[in-house]
Design a protein around this ligand. Structure first.
Ligand code: RFL
Ligand code: PHB
Length: 389
C-alpha cells in the first residue's frame, strides 16, 4: 500500500492530522492499536483552547462542538474558603470551549469515515523503517496478516507508550521528566455541574477540581496517593472528600450521584527532544506529557498538529521544505511554555508530601498575589486560553 503520510495512532492527534490533510487533498493512512470503541471509552481532557477549536473548524468537524460545547470566559480558583475568578475576556481576546476529548475524537472519526478515510484498527507489531531515507515505510500486522505502507512521511501520534518515540535512537534523543508524588482520582457522574465555571481548589487536604462535560454530566477530581486503587474509593468516600476540599457554599450545593467512571491518573511532566528524526515526526503525547492542572495535554497535542499540518501543506502545495525541517524547533518552543504553565499551576495547587511550613506560606502568598494583581491574572489568563501558535 502507498500513501503520502502514514499516521501511527488513532487518538485525537492522529485523527485531526489525517482529517486536516484530507481537506487539503493530502492522503494518509491511520494505524490504531485498539478498536474504535476502546479509544472512545477513554475519559480524558475537557477544555479546548481556541487554537484547537480553530483546527476543528478547518477540519470541517466543528458543528456539534459549537452546538453542544460550552464557551467559558473565566475560571474560579479557591484556597480554603477564599475564592476568586480569572476573567479570560477581561485579560485576553479569547475564551475556552468545554467539550470532552471523547466528543472531539467521535467527531473526527465520523468525519474520517464520511470521507472514506483509511483507518486500520487492532494493528500489531508496528515498525517504522528507513525514517532517515527518502523512502520510509511502516510494517505491521493486522489480524495475523503482515502488511506494509510506503509513504513520504510518518507522523508518530501513538501516545506516551507508542513505538514512534522509541524509534529515535537513544543517542539522538534526550528526555526530560518530572514525576509528581501524587495522582488525580477522577469521577464522571450524571449530575448537574456544581458551578457553571470550573473550580480549581487548593485545600489543606489536597487539590480538587470541579469540571463538567454538559449540563447533566460532571467531572470531578481529587488529588490522591499514587498507591491508591480507584476501587477502594467508594462513591460516598469520594463525594465526602471532595466536599471538604471546595468552598463551603459550593459544597452545600454539590449534587452527588453514582459514578459512571472512576480512575486514577498519575501526574508527570515529560518532554523528548528532538521531535523529529529524518521523515518521522512526533505529535502529542508521543513527545510530551503535562500534568492535567491547566488542561494543556490535548491542547499541546493540537499545536503540534498545527505545525506539522502546515509544514506538510507547504511541502506538497509549494514545494517548500523549511516547515518540515524546522518542525521540531517550532513545536518544542510552544511545548516548553505549556510545560512551564502546567508545572507552575500544579505546584501552586497541590499538597506535596515534603512541603515545609515555608513552602505552604509561599503557596498562599502566590495565591494572594494572583487574587489581587491584574498583571498576574493576565499572565494566567493568557496561558489558560492558550498562547498563540
Ligand atoms: P493518545 O490519546 O494517547 O492517542 C494515542 C493513540 O495511539 C494508539 N497507539 C498505537 N497505535 C498503533 N501502534 C502502536 N504501537 C500504538 N501505541 C499506541 C493508542 O491506542 C491511542 O489511541 O495521544 P494523542 O492523540 O497525542 O492525544 C493526547 C491526549 O490524549 C492527551 O494529551 C490528554 O488526554 C492528556 N490528558 C488530559 N489532558 C487534558 O488536557 N485534560 C485532562 O483532563 C486529561 N486527562 C489525560 C487525562 C491523559 C491520560 N492518560 C494518557 C493516561 C487522563 C489520562 C488518564
Ligand atoms: C476535565 O474536565 O477533565 C479537566 C478540566 C480541566 C483540567 C483538567 C481536566 O485542568
Amino acid at each position: 500500500m502507498k500513501t503520502q503520510v502514514a499516521i501511527i495512532g488513532g487518538g485525537p492527534s492522529g485523527l485531526l492530522l489525517s482529517q486536516l490533510l484530507h481537506v487539503r487533498g493530502i492522503s494518509s493512512v491511520v494505524l490504531e492499536r485498539k478498536t474504535k470503541d476502546y479509544v472512545l471509552g477513554r475519559i480524558r481532557a475537557g477544555v479546548l483552547e481556541r487554537g484547537l477549536v480553530g483546527l476543528m473548524e478547518e477540519a470541517g468537524c466543528a458543528d456539534r462542538m459549537h452546538a453542544e460545547g460550552f464557551t467559558h470566559d473565566g475560571t474560579l480558583v479557591s484556597y480554603g474558603d477564599e475564592i476568586f475568578r480569572i476573567d479570560f475576556s477581561a485579560h485576553t481576546d479569547a475564551t475556552v470551549m468545554v467539550y470532552g476529548q471523547t466528543e472531539v475524537t467521535r467527531d473526527l472519526y465520523a468525519a474520517r469515515e464520511a470521507a472514506g478515510g483509511h483507518i486500520e484498527y487492532e494493528v500489531e507489531n508496528v515498525v517504522i523503517q528507513d525514517a532517515k531515507s527518502d523512502a520510509p515505510f511502516v510494517t505491521y500486522n493486522v489480524h495475523g496478516e503482515a502488511r506494509r505502507i510506503d509513504c513520504d512521511f510518518i507522523a508518530g501520534c501513538d501516545g506516551f507508550h507508542g513505538v514512534s518515540r522509541r524509534t529515535i535512537p537513544e543517542d539522538v534523543r534526550k528526555e526530560y521528566e518530572k514525576v509528581y508524588p501524587f495522582g488525580w482520582l477522577g469521577v464522571l457522574s450524571e449530575t448537574p455541574p456544581v458551578n457553571d465555571e470550573l473550580i480549581y481548589a487548593n485545600s489543606p487536604r489536597g487539590f480538587a477540581l470541579c469540571s463538567m462535560r454538559n449540563s447533566n454530566l460532571s467531572r470531578y477530581y481529587i488529588q490522591c496517593s499514587t498507591s491508591d486503587n480507584p476501587d477502594d474509593w467508594t462513591d460516598d468516600a469520594f463525594w465526602d472528600e471532595l466536599k471538604k476540599r471546595i468552598p463551603k457554599d459550593q459544597a452545600d450545593k454539590l449534587v452527588t450521584g453514582p459514578s459512571i467512571e472512576k480512575s486514577i491518573a498519575p501526574l508527570r511532566s515529560f518532554v523528548t527532544e528532538p521531535m523529529q528524526w529524518g521523515r518521522l515526526f512526533l505529535c502529542g503525547d508521543a513527545a510530551h506529557i503535562v500534568p492535567p492542572t491547566g488542561a494543556k495535554g490535548l491542547n499541546t497535542a493540537a499545536s503540534d498538529v498545527h505545525y506539522l499540518y502546515n509544514a506538510l501543506r507547504d511541502y506538497y502545495e509549494k514545494g517548500a521544505d523549511e516547515g518540515v525541517r524546522n518542525y521540531s524547533a517550532k513545536a518544542l518552543a510552544r511545548v516548553w511554555k505549556a510545560e512551564r504553565f502546567s508545572w507552575w499551576f500544579s505546584s501552586l495547587m497541590h499538597r506535596y508530601p515534603d512541603q515545609t511550613e515555608f513552602d505552604l506560606k509561599m503557596q498562599i502568598a502566590e495565591l494572594e498575589f494572583l487574587r489581587s494583581n491584574t498583571a498576574a491574572q493576565k499572565a494566567m489568563a493568557e496561558n489558560y486560553v492558550g498562547l498563540p501558535y
